[in-house]
Design a protein around this ligand. Structure first.
Ligand code: SAH
Length: 239
């Protein structure tokens, strides 16, 4: 069933945004009495369509299962080439992150001014919303940026993992660094990798080095690999 994030107006009426109205009526071609899922303030419900124009629904049944990870998961991402940022945002959302923080890295191939990043933000926000609906999340991850490496300190978690290519093949895996019931952040480097100075700075900020196995992964693969392991451990081990 398709899921939509909705809000409540002052009179507690359910309000859809215009894109969702279009999606429900024109793309999904929903009819009266069709069922959809709506998320109101992080609670998901099944709902029945009562009228299409204007779009009105009523909720049925109990609150649905909450599909969020039990602890916060933060991804620190460098800016990547072309549409890779959008891919990372979409997949990170599916893998359960609560926040994606973009940072400036000295070996990033892409350089954006804050103004140019802000221009991309609307599109990024649409991607997280659509991905959150598609994968049945209860909340939409936040996107933050563009920050310097020092500034990301404000978004750190209980455990902060730093994937460094020079650790490849070593024994310090994410499995070993994982602790249950803790918020976790994961940082990975751009196509050109991390500069030694950046690794030193992140170390002094409390990040712990982890290896992502023997092979050197492409930057975007590194983000999927790290987040997949962390979210599966969080689902398995967190109470
Ligand atoms: N150009 C670099 C590789 C960069 S890979 C080189 O040739 O060495 C991009 C990012 O992915 C790295 O900065 C690191 O964060 C992560 N990464 C890729 N493979 C990794 C591995 N085996 N272990 C730890 N981190 C890895």
């Amino acid at each position: 069933m398709q899921r939509y994030f909705v809000s409540l107006d002052k009179l507690n009426n359910i309000v859809f945004n215009q894109q969702d109205v279009f999606h429900i009526t024109k793309v999904m071609r929903c009819r009266i009495n069709d069922h959809i899922e709506v998320v109101i303030n992080s609670d998901a419900f099944e709902a029945v369509i009562d009228s299409l124009s204007p779009l009105k629904i009523h909720l049925i049944g109990e609150k649905m299962r909450n599909n969020e990870l039990k602890n916060d998961l933060v991804l620190f991402s460098p800016l990547l080439k072309s549409d890779k940022n959008e891919l990372v945002i979409q997949k990170a959302t599916e893998l359960g992150v609560t926040k994606i923080v973009f940072f400036i890295s000295s070996r990033s191939i892409i350089r954006l001014s804050q103004k140019d990043f802000d221009k991309k933000l609307d599109r990024y926000k649409l991607i997280v919303k659509e991905a959150s609906e598609q994968c049945h999340r209860n909340m939409i991850p936040e996107i933050v940026g563009l920050l310097s490496l020092k500034e990301i300190a404000a978004h750190k978690a209980n455990i902060n993992l730093l994937a460094y290519e020079e650790e490849s093949g070593k024994q310090n895996t994410i499995y070993k660094a994982f602790k249950s019931n803790s918020s976790i952040s994961f940082i990975y480097g751009p196509e050109g990798g991390f500069d030694k100075k950046e690794i030193e700075l992140l170390g002094s900020m409390g990040f712990s080095l982890v290896s992502l196995g023997k092979r050197i992964l492409r930057a975007e693969t590194a983000s999927f690999y790290g987040l997949s392991i962390i979210s599966s451990l969080m689902e398995e081990k967190n109470e």
